[in-house]
Write a protein that binds this ligand. Sequence first.
Ligand code: MN
Length: 135
Amino acid sequence: MKIIHGRAAVSSTERRSATFTGEVWADPILAATDGVTINNVFFAPQARTHWHTHEGGQVLMVIYGEGKIRAEAGDAQRIRPGDTVWIQPGERHWHGAGETTCMAHVAISLGGPEWLEPVTDEEYRGSGADGTIRD
Ligand code: MN
Protein backbone atom coordinates (compact mmCIF):
# COMPACT_ATOMS: atom_id res chain seq x y z
CA MET A 1 0.00 0.00 0.00
CA LYS A 2 1.09 3.52 -0.78
CA ILE A 3 -0.76 6.59 0.49
CA ILE A 4 -0.19 9.81 -1.42
CA HIS A 5 -1.05 12.94 0.53
CA GLY A 6 -1.75 15.59 -2.09
CA ARG A 7 0.90 16.33 -4.68
CA ALA A 8 4.40 15.04 -4.15
CA ALA A 9 6.35 17.82 -2.48
CA VAL A 10 9.56 16.84 -4.23
CA SER A 11 8.20 17.09 -7.75
CA SER A 12 7.76 20.19 -9.87
CA THR A 13 4.81 20.79 -12.14
CA GLU A 14 5.98 19.81 -15.60
CA ARG A 15 5.35 21.69 -18.83
CA ARG A 16 4.37 19.12 -21.43
CA SER A 17 5.16 19.94 -25.01
CA ALA A 18 6.56 17.06 -27.07
CA THR A 19 3.27 15.18 -27.31
CA PHE A 20 0.82 18.05 -26.81
CA THR A 21 -0.34 21.11 -28.74
CA GLY A 22 -0.63 24.36 -26.78
CA GLU A 23 0.11 25.00 -23.13
CA VAL A 24 -0.24 21.94 -20.93
CA TRP A 25 1.05 21.44 -17.40
CA ALA A 26 1.07 18.20 -15.48
CA ASP A 27 1.53 17.47 -11.82
CA PRO A 28 2.76 13.94 -11.28
CA ILE A 29 0.74 12.36 -8.47
CA LEU A 30 1.93 8.78 -8.74
CA ALA A 31 5.02 8.00 -10.80
CA ALA A 32 4.73 4.73 -12.70
CA THR A 33 4.03 2.11 -10.05
CA ASP A 34 2.97 -1.44 -10.90
CA GLY A 35 1.96 -0.20 -14.35
CA VAL A 36 -0.19 2.68 -13.03
CA THR A 37 0.65 6.36 -13.51
CA ILE A 38 -1.47 9.25 -12.15
CA ASN A 39 -1.17 12.86 -13.25
CA ASN A 40 -3.25 15.98 -12.76
CA VAL A 41 -3.19 17.70 -16.15
CA PHE A 42 -4.10 21.33 -16.88
CA PHE A 43 -4.91 22.44 -20.45
CA ALA A 44 -5.09 26.08 -21.58
CA PRO A 45 -7.86 26.88 -24.10
CA GLN A 46 -7.35 24.92 -27.36
CA ALA A 47 -4.51 22.87 -25.88
CA ARG A 48 -4.78 19.12 -26.43
CA THR A 49 -2.86 15.90 -26.54
CA HIS A 50 -1.60 14.35 -29.73
CA TRP A 51 -3.49 11.30 -30.94
CA HIS A 52 -2.41 8.40 -28.74
CA THR A 53 -3.28 5.06 -27.20
CA HIS A 54 -2.75 3.54 -23.75
CA GLU A 55 -1.41 0.03 -23.41
CA GLY A 56 -3.80 -0.92 -20.59
CA GLY A 57 -6.39 1.84 -20.94
CA GLN A 58 -6.91 5.13 -19.10
CA VAL A 59 -9.40 6.70 -16.70
CA LEU A 60 -9.95 10.46 -16.96
CA MET A 61 -11.85 12.35 -14.27
CA VAL A 62 -12.59 15.95 -15.20
CA ILE A 63 -12.12 18.30 -12.24
CA TYR A 64 -12.29 21.77 -13.75
CA GLY A 65 -13.46 23.73 -16.77
CA GLU A 66 -14.81 22.26 -19.99
CA GLY A 67 -12.98 20.24 -22.60
CA LYS A 68 -13.27 17.84 -25.49
CA ILE A 69 -12.42 14.23 -26.05
CA ARG A 70 -12.58 12.12 -29.16
CA ALA A 71 -12.04 8.49 -30.02
CA GLU A 72 -11.11 7.93 -33.63
CA ALA A 73 -14.29 5.96 -34.22
CA GLY A 74 -16.65 8.71 -33.04
CA ASP A 75 -17.33 12.42 -32.83
CA ALA A 76 -15.77 14.73 -30.27
CA GLN A 77 -17.71 15.03 -27.05
CA ARG A 78 -17.72 17.70 -24.40
CA ILE A 79 -16.42 16.76 -20.98
CA ARG A 80 -17.09 18.67 -17.78
CA PRO A 81 -16.32 18.40 -14.05
CA GLY A 82 -17.82 15.24 -12.62
CA ASP A 83 -17.45 13.34 -15.89
CA THR A 84 -15.42 10.12 -15.86
CA VAL A 85 -14.13 8.58 -19.08
CA TRP A 86 -12.83 5.05 -19.62
CA ILE A 87 -10.55 4.71 -22.62
CA GLN A 88 -10.03 1.11 -23.67
CA PRO A 89 -6.59 -0.44 -24.17
CA GLY A 90 -5.29 0.51 -27.60
CA GLU A 91 -8.18 2.90 -28.35
CA ARG A 92 -6.89 5.75 -30.49
CA HIS A 93 -8.04 9.11 -29.04
CA TRP A 94 -7.18 12.62 -27.90
CA HIS A 95 -8.35 14.92 -25.11
CA GLY A 96 -7.96 18.60 -24.32
CA ALA A 97 -9.47 21.93 -23.40
CA GLY A 98 -12.39 23.69 -25.03
CA GLU A 99 -11.87 26.38 -27.62
CA THR A 100 -12.37 29.18 -25.06
CA THR A 101 -12.16 27.26 -21.79
CA CYS A 102 -9.48 25.64 -19.66
CA MET A 103 -9.86 22.03 -18.62
CA ALA A 104 -8.19 20.00 -15.91
CA HIS A 105 -8.45 16.26 -15.40
CA VAL A 106 -6.97 13.52 -13.31
CA ALA A 107 -5.44 10.94 -15.62
CA ILE A 108 -4.98 7.38 -14.38
CA SER A 109 -2.98 5.61 -17.05
CA LEU A 110 -2.45 1.86 -17.21
CA GLY A 111 0.71 0.80 -18.95
CA GLY A 112 2.61 3.08 -21.27
CA PRO A 113 1.18 5.44 -23.87
CA GLU A 114 1.94 5.26 -27.55
CA TRP A 115 2.12 8.79 -28.92
CA LEU A 116 1.02 9.41 -32.49
CA GLU A 117 0.57 12.46 -34.73
CA PRO A 118 -0.66 15.89 -33.56
CA VAL A 119 -4.38 16.71 -33.68
CA THR A 120 -4.77 19.23 -36.48
CA ASP A 121 -6.70 22.46 -35.96
CA GLU A 122 -9.38 21.09 -38.29
CA GLU A 123 -9.68 17.88 -36.28
CA TYR A 124 -9.75 19.87 -33.06
CA ARG A 125 -12.39 22.35 -34.19
CA GLY A 126 -14.66 20.04 -36.10
CA SER A 127 -13.71 16.67 -34.79
CA GLY A 128 -16.49 14.48 -36.14
CA ALA A 129 -16.77 13.53 -39.77
CA ASP A 130 -19.58 16.10 -39.93
CA GLY A 131 -18.06 18.52 -37.43
CA THR A 132 -20.43 17.45 -34.69
CA ILE A 133 -19.61 17.89 -31.04
CA ARG A 134 -21.92 15.92 -28.78
CA ASP A 135 -22.91 17.22 -25.35
MN1 MN B 1 -5.34 9.50 -23.17
